[in-house]
Structures are given as C-alpha cells and as structure tokens.
Ligand binder design. Structure first.
Ligand code: PLP
Length: 423
C-alpha cells in the first residue's frame, strides 16, 4: 500500500489519544514493524488483545479461509459453523452453569448486554459498580465507569440507578483497617443508605482493575462480594474483558478466587484482534431474554468467530496459559529486583501477564512524571508500553501469552535502564 502523505495527527481526531508515534506496517508475535522497517517489542498487546501474539499463523489461516467462504452471515438470518463452534468451545472454558453465549462486537457492548440481561432476569432497575472500574465508552458503560472523570465528564446526564462502592486497594488503602473489610462495610452501607438490595439487578466488577491501575483485590473481598450478591438474588456480573482469555495465568481471572459469577462479559483477547465480544451466562438466564429484546447487525461475525475458534485452539495446544503463569512469575521477579534498587517504583503487582509497576515520588505520592519518562525511554529503546491508573501513575506490562524467556529478560534490561534514568 502506498504511504499516505498526511500524519496521524492530521488525519485522526485528537479524541483518539495516541500513546506512541509508530505508524505500523506489519507485525509478528511480540513485535511490530514500522514503515521504515524498525522493530518494536510490543508489550501492550494492543491493550491486552493479541494474547496469541500478532498474526499467529493459525489465526491468520482461519481468517483467510473463512473470508473466502462467507464474511457476513447475519446472525438473525443465518446460523453458521464458526459461531456454533465458538459457542461450544467458549462454553467449555466455563464452569457450570455458564454454558450459553451471546455474541456481540466490543467490550462496551458486552457490558451493555450483560447488564441488560441482569435487568431482564431480575426485573430490577439498579446496578452497583466499583470506584476505579472501567467498563467502556457507550452511555451505560461510561455511567458505570469511574476510572477517570474524563471518560464521563461533560456527557451528563448519565444513566440513573447506578451506585458506586469502593474497590479495595491494598497499596493505597485510605481506610484505617483492612481494605477488604472496609470496602465490604461500605457496600453494606450503600444498602443502608442509598439503594435497597432487592432493587439491585447486578453487582459488576473487574476481577483485577484494568484502566484503573491493575489493582488486584484481596480474595476475601471477591468472595464476600459474591456471597452478598448471592444472598440478595443479585446477578454477579464480572467484566473479564481485560483479565480474560488466559491473561492472568488462568483462562478466566475469577478462577483465581474460587467463585462462579452469574454473567461474564468477554472481549479483547477472544479473537486475537478481530472485533468480537460475548456475554456468557446460564441457559436458564438466557431463556428469560425474549427474542428481539437485544441483538445487533454484526454480532458473531463469521470471520471473527473463525478467528476466535483458532485463538482458543492455539491457546490450548501451545500451552499459552501455563506459559503466561510462568512468564508472569519471571517478569514479576525481575521487576521486584528493579524495584528493590529503585525506590521510584512503589509497587509491583499483577497476576500472570497482567502486571504493573506503580511509580511514587520521594513522599510516596503518585508519580506520573516518572511514568511518562520511563515510557519515553523504553520507546526510544524500541519497547512499547502503556500507562494505567487514575493519575497515570502506573505502567502496565502486557506481553502476548506466548512470550519467551529471552524476550522477558530483554525487556527487563531495557526497563531497568529506563527506570534508573529517572530514579
Ligand atoms: C475491563 C474493560 N471493560 C470494558 C472495556 C471496553 O472494551 P471496548 O473498548 O472493546 O469497548 C475495556 C477496554 O479497555 C476494558 O479494559
């Protein structure tokens, strides 16, 4: 393809903030290549999407083959093999009774579908979400989101009957006591002061906060929230959009916590980069959703579903989830060593290959300036990274799940140098 003469800044509206200057030509595995042939180690995975690496040959082959058969097999009109196969394979990754799959296009749409389903099942109006959560940018998803005010600011009025409780942050715990206990007490207080439990359709959370800072909640908090939802007949809805598809060293992050949710929103890694998302729940719940009360033109696109089938197959056959756990441990151990030498890193946290380091000032305050400097240095050395957290105080490190030990070690070298430069 001939080079376009204008720059991204001239062509693409600035609302789409840009994290790197790279204009990519092609990509392979953990690497992307720009128009001048320069190689970049991509530890953003397109925001936790290309879990199988860029352009995995099996995924590319599945896309090519399906594109030659039928691209748009509109789901209200035509059933097709890739969607049926993916519904089968995806259901097999969930415990009972989560065996029914509704396909849609994006994470935000999966959240829309999940909450609409919860309202239909319970016939209740309200939703409880958690502070720091990110659920997408449509009006409902944005109303649930509190990771940064710029996501919701100037868009009011937002949706009513949405209540936010605190999410436990053990690194920056604002409470005098245990973060988990305090946040459960705040949730109980919400029921005393703001909303009756039998008006609540759904309690929604990310099992690790993504955009909100890669905050890993204590297991006790997750289990107690699940118990509270269960006790009050509230649908427990998990946003596994960033945490799912093997990212945390388990297929689904909720498996780390020993809970089974009622409804799960899935997207990002499910089709290695083709736009595909899903709402997963029990057959009993799905049977309460009347025909025509939800849907969409593109949901379950045949090429995207074929990519999804290939994605799940290579994850399984190439042992990528076990690799994510092993490489995650290697990465965290290396980052801990860097943090020991460099007090500008206040915290290293994560699960599997969903990892972040939080940067602090000498007085322990969030340090977005250090984050920006480290990201810039890493970029100059050919490594792509992303920030997270309300204050942009953390750097997330999200390689593909098939990353190799030498790539982790190479990254750690570059990262150590970048951190040492600011410390
Ligand atoms: C946890 C979480 N939920 C929802 C979304 C929204 O997904 P999408 O951008 O596909 O609408 C994202 C995207 O970053 C996410 O990380």
């Amino acid at each position: 393809m001939a080079s376009v003469p204008l720059s991204p800044a001239e062509l693409i509206p600035r609302v789409l903030g840009r994290y790197s200057p790279v204009v990519v030509d092609y990509a392979e595995g953990a690497y992307v290549y720009d128009r001048d042939g320069r190689q970049w180690l991509d530890f953003t995975s397109g925001i936790a999407v290309t879990n199988t690496g860029h352009c995995h040959p099996a995924v590319v082959a599945a896309i090519r083959e399906q594109a030659g058969k039928i691209i748009h097999a509109q789901a209200n009109i035509l059933a097709h093999e890739p969607m049926m196969q993916l519904a089968t394979d995806l259901a097999a990754t969930f415990p009972d009774p989560l065996k029914s799959v509704f396909f849609t296009n994006s994470g935000a749409e999966a959240i829309e579908g999940a909450i609409k389903l919860a309202k239909i099942v319970t016939r209740r109006p309200a939703v409880i979400a958690f502070r720091g959560g990110f659920h997408g940018r449509t009006h409902l998803a944005m109303s649930l989101t509190t990771s940064r005010s710029k996501v919701r600011g100037h868009y009011e009025p937002l949706l009513p009957s949405i209540f936010h409780a605190p999410y436990p942050n053990t690194f920056r715990n604002p409470y005098a006591g245990d973060a988990s206990d305090a946040c459960i007490a705040e949730l109980a207080r919400l029921f005393d002061t703001m909303v009756m439990p039998d008006d609540v359709a759904a309690i929604l959370f990310e099992p690790i906060l993504g955009e909100g800072g890669y905050i890993v909640p204590p297991e006790s908090w997750v289990r107690r929230v699940a118990e509270i939802a269960n006790r009050h007949g509230i649908m427990l809805v998990l946003d596994e959009i960033q945490t799912g598809v093997g990212r945390t060293g388990q297929m689904w992050c909720f498996e780390h916590f020993g809970i089974v949710p009622d409804i799960v929103a899935v997207a990002k890694g499910i089709a290695s980069g083709l736009p595909l998302a899903a709402v997963v729940s029990s057959r009993e719940n799905m049977d309460k959703w009347p025909p025509g009360s939800h849907g969409g033109t593109y949901g379950g696109n045949a090429v995207a579903c074929a990519a999804g089938v290939a994605t799940l197959r290579v994850l399984r056959e190439e042992g990528m989830i076990a690799n994510a756990a092993a490489m995650g441990a290697r990465l965290m151990a290396g980052l801990d060593r860097i943090a020991e030498r460099n007090p500008v890193i206040g915290d290293v946290r994560g699960k599997g290959l969903m990892v972040a380091t939080e940067f602090v000032t000498a007085t322990g305050r969030p340090n977005p300036e250090a984050v920006a400097a480290v990201i810039r240095s890493a970029q100059e050395a050919g490594v792509l990274l992303l920030t997270c957290g309300t204050d942009d105080q953390a750097i997330r490190i999200i390689p593909p799940l098939n990353v190799q030990p030498d790539q982790i070690d190479y990254f750690l070298d570059i990262y150590a140098q970048a951190v040492e430069r600011v410390d």
